[in-house]
Design a protein around this ligand. Sequence first.
Ligand code: ARG
Length: 457
Amino acid sequence: MKKPWGGRFREKTSGSVESFTESISFDKRLWKHDIEGSIAHAQMLGGQGIIPRKDARQIVRCLKEIGSEIRSGRFRFRPELEDIHMNIESALTARIGEAGKKLHTARSRNDQVALDMRLYLKEETVRIIRLMTDFQRALVAAATRNLDVVMPGYTHLQRAQPVLLAHHLLAYVEMFQRDKERFEDSMKRLDVLPLGSGALAGTTLPIDRAAVARALGFSGISKNSIDAVSDRDFALEFLSAASIAMMHVSRLSEELVLWSSVEFGFAEISDRFTTGSSIMPQKKNPDVAELSRGKTGRVYGNLMALLTVMKGLPLSYNRDMQEDKHPVFDTVDTLTTGLSVITEMFSGIQFRKERMSATAGEGFSTATDLAEYLVRRGMAFREAHEVAGKVVLYCITRGKDLASLTLKELRSFSALIRKDIFSALDPAQSVRSRASYGGTAPSEVKRQLSQYKKILG
Ligand code: ARG
């Protein structure tokens, strides 16, 4: 097969080099974007009179034909043609001859591949934001269904203060909101047309970059041709936003693993989203949550891989940059499948309300309420903390709970304590009274919920 760049070579490329350098086995994923970009480019070349209009029309017609062949799986990709760009261009020339040879006028694969990657990531970013919204909706629905459930809130994985389960779930809604904002923000820098930068220095031909940007739906045009072909920041931003999002998926997964254990007994994942053991008949394992947690590692790895590829590259394009593909594609796949499966799984989770509520008051989780009660009665917080700490120690040595103490016992620690202390020590009351902005009180949580219902539609 004749190479589009074969002119200055005397010898044939070695077979091992062909397999070492090819990217068609994986960058064929960019076919749709490559064709879309080539169509816009050809139309601009025709419009500017750089190539005859009828050649441009012929190119466009044939590119569409190639596109539908690829879509239906009838197109034969050739590894000796290296990548998606040369595969499509060679097919074009093989079919329409002279006119096809004009497509690559005023263009290089360097600006072409940057364009394809940007078009691809724009599409995937929109899809990922949508998947995140779906997941947020699933979290909001679960929060709404469980609005009355009080559970132990944790710090250091030690029982800390009672909270509403809905409040805990809404914490994840916040995280995914920030993730969406990160992806949306990255769009500003992604949504920039690199085509028209040529190999690195621009072109002598009278191209119209604004027309190409309009045709492809880009809101900006790159300002420096050297930067445009050297830049993979947009891919790195995508990978870092994806890494942070996966970290959130992973933390939630970790909680689901913990919560579905007998030790916690807070949640039951439905049979459809769990797997069994080949030896232990009783097992029901939270593999989906575990794999979501586990796959986070490769997404981080993908970010590190591309950062490392880019760190030593002199300007402008270097072939090393072809190594952006695997990390980006793998991250797209891992994040999108992870988000879809966890969203589905979430709608089938049963929370064990009784168990959560029963444990919410254990472990002296209302000790802070006792201290704040004393503050309301006029004691300085540091002192109140000390008194409540003494009460806890008293309970520990006698194997008692805060709520099981008598008023007399409590008053022996401070005369400020009255009968109304018992409602302060009740976990449900504790939750109700944490009504500070963003706090766990049902009034606050309901407000947060209704805001999200509006935002998420
Ligand atoms: N397959 C290449 C890549 O992904 C396309 C650009 C090749 N450019 C070149 N000058 N060899 O980066």
